[in-house]
Unconditional design. Structure first.
Length: 251
């Protein structure tokens, strides 16, 4: 991907990862996939779509899995105005990276770059800054990192002074403050044939570590933008207020 063109929205296609079961939320959510949890009267994943629309994107592909038909029916019946959503359901659990590959290939699109983000978390990252970091590092992959007070639940990132990713650290009960992966990636299309040839595969535990080992530079853009992951009951309880306080960021 010519990095000078990485910032053009017409050259980038978003893929939203929404295939997880949400096992940690089974006590409060059992009949819908986690990204479909209602927040401020709409499914959380719709807020992700509305954020992309507000950024200027006009289409996205959603990678679905567990109860994927619920997501598909929602966007078919209640589309976001001016924004096209197509869903690609993984045939079996493929992991975050495997779900992305299935969705990207199933979309029929060949953009210069893919923007990958989660359907159960959201950070109001600056796409332009991420694209600029990619260009500055002469890299084909970039991710957004967020400094948090307790990185234990997420696992922390080791980032060099050159703003390149050195390693992913394992989750820990006593991690303390650290940079975490915010689940917001910009990947050049030329990387599509450099994913490990196995399944399931995870970005965090398979793809990025292998790319680091093989010398593929992964640029890191540190952001202090508002961030929420609804993966636990305690963080899900924050979602209504999070969306309400940031309402102007959505279409």
């Amino acid at each position: 991907m010519p990095t000078s063109e990485a910032g053009s929205l017409t050259d980038v296609h978003p893929v939203i990862l929404a295939g997880g079961r949400g096992t940690r939320l089974q006590r409060v959510v059992s009949d819908v996939p986690k990204p479909m949890v209602e927040v401020q009267g709409r499914p959380f994943v719709e807020w992700v779509v509305r954020y992309l629309a507000a950024c200027g994107f006009r289409a996205a592909t959603i990678s679905t899995g567990y109860l994927g038909e619920v997501i598909e029916r929602h966007f078919a019946a209640d589309p976001v105005a001016g924004f096209a959503v197509d869903c690609v359901r993984e045939p079996r659990p493929l992991g975050t990276a495997g779900g992305f590959l299935a969705a990207a290939n199933g979309s029929g699109r060949i953009p210069r770059a893919w923007l990958v983000l989660n359907g159960d978390s959201l950070i109001f990252a600056d796409f332009g800054a991420l694209a600029a970091r990619l260009k500055q590092a002469s890299a084909s992959a970039a991710l957004v990192a967020r400094l948090v007070e307790d990185a234990g639940r997420f696992g922390s990132l080791a980032v060099g002074t050159d703003h390149l990713l050195d390693a992913f650290a394992e989750k820990s009960d006593d991690a303390g403050p650290g940079l975490i992966n915010a689940g917001f990636y910009l990947l050049g299309h030329e990387l599509m044939d450099r994913f490990p040839a196995r399944e399931p595969i995870s970005f965090e535990f398979d793809v990025f570590p292998e790319w680091i080992h093989r010398g593929v530079p992964i640029a890191v853009e540190v952001s202090d933008a508002p961030f929420l992951d609804i993966g636990t009951e305690s963080t899900l309880a924050l979602a209504d207020d999070f969306v309400a306080r940031n309402r102007e960021r959505f279409l």
